[in-house]
Ligand binder design. Structure first.
Ligand SMILES: CC(C)(COP(=O)(O)OP(=O)(O)OC[C@H]1O[C@@H](n2cnc3c(N)ncnc32)[C@H](O)[C@@H]1OP(=O)(O)O)[C@@H](O)C(=O)NCCC(=O)NCCS
Length: 415
């Protein structure tokens, strides 16, 4: 079966996490992703956080599936010639270098358009135009400047970053959408275009409910936040602890075994529609009719007490047992799964969301497969390439270079 992006060729100049997540997604959808790396060096993550000496790290292998690797020195004269040919032969160029790096190599947008007017030139940068546009940015800088950290954590603690890589992988996702949208528009216009995604903007987009709350704050306290009714609100959205962020209050509650197991917890949502079922299951039937508890508005100032009471019940069940009791009652809840549990979860293996991949120097390892499932575009996960593994294959197959031309490029230090 054909894949959705078959026939689309990506010149992948990305490194570290944000860009590689984007091109990996495109690769899963069938695009031919040519990862360009500096000869002898490669993507820095190949050597970062290594668990096995001299073997590509999991950091690298898990972000660079379904790609081919070509080593090319794009600052070398001969290398630039090869790069020009690649720009002409590809549909999309993706990069996430520090601001201006491609211009410094001699490939500003105007030059790329000149070489290939159909080219889509997509970039991740830390910030959009403005005071910080020249800054280098990593994940947590984006989480902090995009509004996430100031609203994450507990009221009595410092700003907190989240484990989900919303700055890097979140921006990669945004960029991938920009690229496929530009490919779609190119079908009609025949022209490529510039696609730019700033990490700060992507994080803010993912935090839009907090900007919602910032404006609500002008009209009174945020009643679903743990600061209400006894705490204080300043002039900016505070940290919301484990509050749900939506209209249905929620909190993380202890389950049986919490004293020794750091993940023996469940997320519990007191959705209004199932309030009677919640009261029944925790043995507080009197709350169903009691006007002090019967309506969502009446419950808001007592959420802390209500969740503490529900917790007395959840503490008597383990998290999966609690889920098994609550789910049939339509009470929205979710056990806190550790990475160990997620890795072993059979249903995630069955859908290919967690996959085992074999690698020539590393052996078998687990990875996250394509989380986007499509009925007409199968997605298989292939291992990440070794540094320069496909250099000759790409130069011959994509650019039609002869053995002599390749030898010449090699002796010039271009590949
Ligand atoms: C991530 C980041 C901070 C890393 O910075 P860095 O390690 O210093 O790497 P840079 O992007 O500055 O690239 C280093 C140099 O390598 C050069 N280089 C990269 N690939 C090359 C190649 N194949 N051949 C020749 N030179 C190459 C670049 O041109 C750049 O040179 P310059 O400084 O002379 O312009 C930076 O790339 C960045 O801010 N990127 C944008 C935001 C982003 O994506 N951040 C998230 C990363 S997960």
């Amino acid at each position: 079966m054909a894949k959705a992006l078959e026939g689309v060729r990506i010149l992948d100049f990305t490194h570290v996490q944000s860009g590689p997540t984007c091109t990996q997604l495109l690769g899963w959808f069938g695009a031919d992703v040519l990862k360009v790396e500096r000869p002898g060096v490669g993507d820095a993550t190949r050597g970062q956080l290594r668990d096995i000496p001299d073997v590509d790290s999991l950091y690298f292998t898990m972000l660079n599936h379904n790609k081919r690797s070509l080593t090319l020195n794009s600052k070398n004269e001969k290398g630039k010639e090869v790069l020009e040919s690649l720009i002409k032969a590809c549909d999309v160029l993706v990069e996430n270098f520090a601001p201006g790096a491609l211009d410094r190599m001699g490939f500003p947008w105007a030059r790329i358009q000149e070489l290939n007017p159909r080219m889509i030139y997509a970039s991740v940068k830390g910030f959009g135009p403005g005071p910080y546009e020249d800054c280098k940015v990593y994940e947590n800088v984006a989480q902090c400047t995009g509004g996430s950290a100031s609203t994450t954590g507990f009221d009595d603690g410092p700003p907190t970053v989240t484990g989900a890589q919303i700055g890097d992988s979140g921006t990669g996702l945004h960029l991938a959408l920009g690229i496929v949208t530009a490919l779609f528009q190119r079908e009609r216009s025949g022209r490529g275009q510039r696609v730019l995604t700033a990490m700060q903007d992507s994080v803010l987009n993912l935090c839009r409910v907090k900007l919602r709350d910032q404006q609500r704050l002008a009209h009174g306290p945020l009643t679903e936040y743990p600061q209400y009714p006894n705490g204080t609100f300043g002039d900016a959205v505070p940290r919301s602890g484990n509050a749900s962020g939506g209209g249905q209050p929620g909190w993380i509650l202890k389950c049986k075994g919490w004293e020794s197991d750091p993940n023996a917890y469940i997320y519990f949502i007191t959705q209004a529609a199932v309030w009677p079922a919640i009261c029944e299951v925790i043995g507080r039937q009197e709350w169903i009719e009691d006007p002090e508890y019967a309506t969502p508005v009446a419950r808001l100032p007592k959420l802390e007490y209500i969740f503490a009471t529900i917790e007395e019940w959840t503490k008597t069940k383990d998290k999966v047992e609690a889920m098994d009791i609550l789910n049939p009652l339509n009470i929205p809840c979710g056990p806190i799964l550790s990475m160990k549990e997620v890795a072993a979860e059979p249903s995630l293996r069955a859908t290919g969301t967690v996959v085992e991949v074999d690698h020539p120097t590393r052996g078998k390892y687990l990875s996250v497969g394509n989380p986007i499932k499509m009925s007409d575009s199968p997605s298989e996960v292939t291992r990440s390439p070794l540094l320069g593994e496909h250099t000759e294959e790409i130069l011959k197959g994509v650019l039609g270079m002869s053995d002599e031309e390749i030898a010449e490029a090699r002796s010039a230090g271009a590949i």
